[in-house]
Design a protein around this ligand. Structure first.
Ligand code: PGA
Length: 256
């Protein structure tokens, strides 16, 4: 059965000291956690090694949380100033990586073609991509949201083999809900998650479709997570703002 996942996307927040405190709090909560939810922490790249040290602490014989990057280069290595490669991420124990976030599409010109290249490199280093898709407000208002999301999924993901696809996590994030305090209703989330799962079913068959975790993202918080996670095709959340406060983040973890 598919994994329930709550991933925290810190975005470009926290200085070193605050990042260390947040990781410390999450670590302390997670070492005593024996529930079924996989928690993933996605701090800025600068703090990934620290997060990985916590996750691989010798005092525990299990990783208390997954460590996710927020981005990766589409290039293998070499003269790409400022970039971080999949190999570098793997070499410090990064387990997951967000790709195709709407902020990267909007501000950094990321296309589904570039995203597919990133996913390909991540998979070759056994890092699980968390692929974000979702429509902007105008597209929903024009009732084009299914078409938009279907194109994003097909263009970025459907050239992978079933074995490769098995390692991809999907996050449906309606752009109009990100950081706006405006959440998709549980029914809207369920409708789109069900639609995405059917696309996967048509392409890869029942087993792969059933095993793919599809997360919801966009103003998901401690107050609304329970209702969203009660939907049959919502397997967890990709959490921005509310992942910066330990108490809220853990409440979301416990919302299934
Ligand atoms: P938000 O961000 O929870 O702050 O809306 C979600 C995301 O962008 O992943």
């Amino acid at each position: 059965m598919r994994q329930k996942i709550v991933a925290g996307n810190w975005k470009m927040n926290k200085d070193f000291e605050d990042a260390e405190s947040l990781l410390d709090e999450i670590y302390n909560a997670q070492v005593n956690y024996n529930g079924e939810v996989l928690l993933i922490v996605c701090p800025p790249a600068l703090y990934l090694e620290l997060a990985s040290d916590y996750a691989n602490d010798e005092d525990t014989d299990f990783a208390p949380f997954g460590v996710g990057a927020q981005n990766v280069s589409q290039f293998v290595k070499g003269a790409y100033t400022g970039e971080i490669s999949a190999q570098m991420l793997a070499s410090i124990g990064v387990t997951h990586c967000i790709v195709g976030h709407s902020e990267r599409r909007k501000y950094f010109g990321e296309t589904d073609k570039i995203i597919a290249e990133k996913i390909n490199l991540l998979l070759s280093y056994s890092i699980q991509p968390i692929y974000c898709c979702g429509e902007v407000l105008e597209e929903r208002e024009a009732e084009n949201h299914f078409e938009v999301v279907a194109k994003q999924i097909k263009d970025a993901l459907f050239n992978f083999t079933p074995e490769e696809f098995n390692n991809i996590i999907i996050a449906y994030e309606p752009v109009w809900a990100i950081g706006t305090g405006k959440t998709a209703t549980p029914a809207q989330a369920q409708e789109m998650h069900d639609f995405i799962r059917k696309l996967i079913l048509d392409k890869y068959g029942n087993e792969v479709a059933n095993d793919t975790s599809i997360l919801y993202g966009g103003s998901c918080n401690a107050a609304n997570a329970k209702e969203l996670f009660s939907m049959p095709d919502v397997d967890g959340g990709l959490i921005g703002g509310a992942s910066l406060i330990t108490e809220d983040f853990l409440k979301i973890r416990d919302s299934f």
